[in-house]
Design a binder for this molecule. Structure first.
Ligand SMILES: *Cc1c(COP(=O)(O)O)cnc(C)c1O
Length: 396
């Protein structure tokens, strides 16, 4: 018999939809795919070359479990350069992806009976990962009309003696929203007052648009930094999702515990990928600007297209490569003999009848919404928009 934990766990819905999209494409169907949770750019050449060199240099053995010093130093330099934050080596850990850093972190700080505040809409993996530790996710609703802000007042009513931490993700997957500085200040103060950990998932830091510049909560006050663990990685910034390198920085005792967990589970992240990540962080950064410029063009086109559909509203993302339009207008309608009773049914109709793959909002905790990734070509975006418009027009 499987463990209770394993029985309670469902696979990542976003990975499942991407798999379905790929399977339908393999059958020869022309699917407009908006499921992708990864950049559609190639890893820059100098990064790939560093990995090839690592192989040829026989840098192919175990490394220290928490990662190599040269990469830790590059990460320390990154935090200094981008966020004006100082970390020591013992405050930094390299993991097998940002997701793995978060997993180790939750294992290190959460346990049965703890409550963890998670703003909604949330990244799909936070609640299941929190639950795996025995802790309880406490969902804090945020609203499109309020730019998905979390204020101190909103949080206060959820905080009690069991509250152990809050998970912040900005720019956020799925909405592409950020937190205003004054709200980060208020959240930080509450965390200090109630002795909470702040988990700050900043993996989309570099993918921001218009005049928005990312500010880490840890950089606002040394009292915030003392209780913040920043989770980050190279996947999104350098189009390196398959390389599986993420990192975290925070209090030395937490980082040490994360390292112990890692040393008893995966051991070190891949030696070759660490050398590639080192080249990514220390090498030329211009590939990011090229990617952001292209993403911004696609975002503008996609948001305008979605907003032109009658009844649909769409928050204009300040970062990431996702949009999270509000399709509440389709709920309660029918397509042929099918009642559109949920965002899940709506995405099934879009995929099966209109060959357009999107992710239901309910997977991120928001019914009535869908998530579309614009990490795909303009042609696919154009085609997909036409299909979605056509689908909405066919509803009764
Ligand atoms: C993609 C993603 C991650 C981690 O990705 P890795 O490939 O594991 O580094 C973490 N948080 C959010 C919100 C993400 O979208």
């Amino acid at each position: 018999m499987l463990s209770e934990r394993a029985r309670a766990l469902k696979p990542s819905p976003t990975l499942a939809i991407t798999a379905k999209e790929k399977a339908l494409k393999a059958q020869g169907l022309d699917i407009a795919g908006f499921g992708a949770g990864e950049p559609d750019f190639d890893t820059p050449a100098h990064i790939k070359e560093a990995a090839i060199k690592a192989i040829n240099d026989n840098f192919t053995r175990y490394t220290p479990a928490s990662g190599i010093d040269s990469l830790k130093d590059a990460i320390i330099e990154k935090f200094k350069r981008d966020n004006n934050l100082s970390f020591k080596r013992e405050e930094v850990i390299i993991s097998c992806g940002g997701k793995h850093a978060l997993f180790n972190l939750f294992e290190a700080i959460f346990q049965k009976g703890d409550e963890v505040l998670i703003p909604v809409p949330f990244w799909v993996s936070y609640p299941p990962m929190v639950e795996l530790t025995g802790a309880n996710p406490v969902l804090v609703e945020t609203y499109e009309e309020e730019d998905y802000q979390v204020t101190g007042n909103m949080l206060k009513k959820y905080i009690n003696r069991n509250t152990k931490g809050i998970i912040l993700n900005y720019p956020s997957n799925p909405a592409g929203s950020i937190f205003y500085r004054e709200n980060l200040e208020a959240i930080g103060k509450l965390a200090v007052e109630h002795n909470l950990y702040i988990i700050s998932d900043e993996i989309y830091e570099k993918l921001t648009y218009d005049d928005y510049r990312h500010v880490s909560i840890a950089s606002l006050d040394s009292a915030f930094k003392e209780r913040t663990i920043i989770c980050h990685g190279v996947s999104k910034t350098y189009a390196m999702t398959g390389w599986r390198i993420g990192f975290a920085a925070g209090p030395a005792d937490v980082v040490k515990a994360m390292g112990n967990i890692q040393s008893q589970s995966t051991s070190n992240p891949t030696s070759i990928s660490q050398m590639a990540a080192l080249a990514a962080l220390n090498g030329p950064q211009d590939s990011i600007g090229v990617m952001v410029k292209e993403f911004q063009k696609r975002r503008d086109f996609l948001v305008a297209g979605l907003r032109s559909i009658s009844g649909v509203t769409c928050y204009n993302p300040k970062g990431t490569f996702y949009v999270f339009p509000n399709f509440n207008c389709v709920l309660g309608k029918r397509y042929k003999d099918k009642a559109i009773s949920s965002s899940t049914v709506w995405t099934e109709v879009l995929l099966e009848d209109f060959h357009t793959a999107v992710v239901p909002g309910i997977e991120f905790g928001k019914e009535g919404y869908i998530r579309l990734s614009f990490a795909t070509s303009m042609e696919v975006i154009q085609k997909g928009l036409e299909r979605i418009k056509k689908a909405v027009g066919k509803l009764k």
